[in-house]
Ligand binder design. Sequence first.
Ligand SMILES: *[C@@H]1O[C@H](CO)[C@@H](O)[C@H](O)[C@H]1NC(C)=O
Ligand SMILES: *[C@@H]1O[C@H](CO)[C@@H](O)[C@H](O)[C@H]1NC(C)=O
Ligand SMILES: *[C@@H]1O[C@H](CO)[C@@H](O)[C@H](O)[C@H]1NC(C)=O
Ligand SMILES: *[C@@H]1O[C@H](CO)[C@@H](O)[C@H](O)[C@H]1NC(C)=O
Length: 342
Amino acid sequence: MSLRLLLTVFVLTTCGIHACPRLCSCSFSPWGAEVQCSDTSMTSFPVDALPPNTTRLSVQSTQLSAVEPGHLGAVTLLRSLQLYHNKLDKLPWDLLRNTSQLTTLDLTGNQLVRLPPKIFNQKSLRNLLLKNNLIEEVDAEWFSETSSLIQLDLSGNQLSRVPSVFLHKLEYLEHLDLSHNNLEELQAGALKNLHQLDTLNLARNKLSTLNHSLFKHNQRLSRLFLQENHLRELHPALLSGLPRLQMLLLNQNQLQRLPQSLLDGTNSTFQMILTGNPWLCDEKIDYLRRWLIDHPGDVFFLDEVTCTGPETLKNRPVVSLTGHDLGLVGDEELPHSVEKHN
Ligand SMILES: *[C@@H]1O[C@H](CO)[C@@H](O)[C@H](O)[C@H]1NC(C)=O
Ligand SMILES: *[C@@H]1O[C@H](CO)[C@@H](O)[C@H](O)[C@H]1NC(C)=O
Ligand SMILES: *[C@@H]1O[C@H](CO)[C@@H](O)[C@H](O)[C@H]1NC(C)=O
Ligand SMILES: *[C@@H]1O[C@H](CO)[C@@H](O)[C@H](O)[C@H]1NC(C)=O
């Protein structure tokens, strides 16, 4: 009798534990269960037979279009939830209410448009990926006052503005990605509480100017991506107070020159890309020209930083220009060969 009981217990604890939702694969370890579901025919959340001690759950590339709060009610040890490339178009506000250990939530590649207040009110949450959805509006009410978010990825959405207060609670944020949206401006105070910010990606938006004090409180910023915008001009003080800045991408903008002193005081390991701008090679390009001559190794594609005007200097690399080309040298110097002689 007692042997049979023992056997039953043995069977339950060795075979029974291998319960796993249909269309998913599960792996078990003393630290918890990992569940992966990537069957294209899956249409509903794999709630049945979900191991109660699941710590990682990934549902990707399925037809899943809805998740309900109760679906995660039983997996209170969940630390990572990946729901990418599904068909989710909304989420309930209390989805994460019982997952007090959740650190990573990846919702990349769904059809989310609007999200309810309090949805990311989860103190444990560190990484939030909302990349490649259809989000039009962001809301500071998504987060709690005690947010400990470190990474926020909102790239590839439909944002045309970010309210100034949106990021104010996220004082631990280190990586912010707002690239591939329709942003036309960022208000001066938008980043003011992000004292830990290390990487800021604003690439491929419609930014035409940046307020000179936008990065004033982001002293730890080391990578700044501004490429593929409509920037026409930068304020001379824009980068002052960023001693750690190591990478600046400004390619594919509308810049005609860089203002005097913009790059003074940059980090010794600073690097940047400047190609794809209509550099205007008159005497005001001299600051950039001298900087390039002094830091040839710090600029990628140096020879592709070329003049679009004036006509006589068109397509010349800025770094190859002489003071004379820019009309900066006295009359006694010989005229440059490209000038016409009568
Ligand atoms: C999680 O459950 C599985 C199967 O029930 C088990 O093998 C594993 O030891 C459990 N882990 C923890 C941390 O409880
Ligand atoms: C959270 O867990 C409690 C019990 O622990 C349960 O009553 C409640 O329904 C759960 N809430 C959600 C949203 O799953
Ligand atoms: C930059 O932001 C500051 C502070 O909000 C504001 O006073 C100033 O007018 C802005 N500058 C421009 C050029 O918009
Ligand atoms: C340059 O950047 C590195 C890494 O961000 C930092 O440790 C170092 O202090 C910076 N240099 C200066 C002079 O601030």
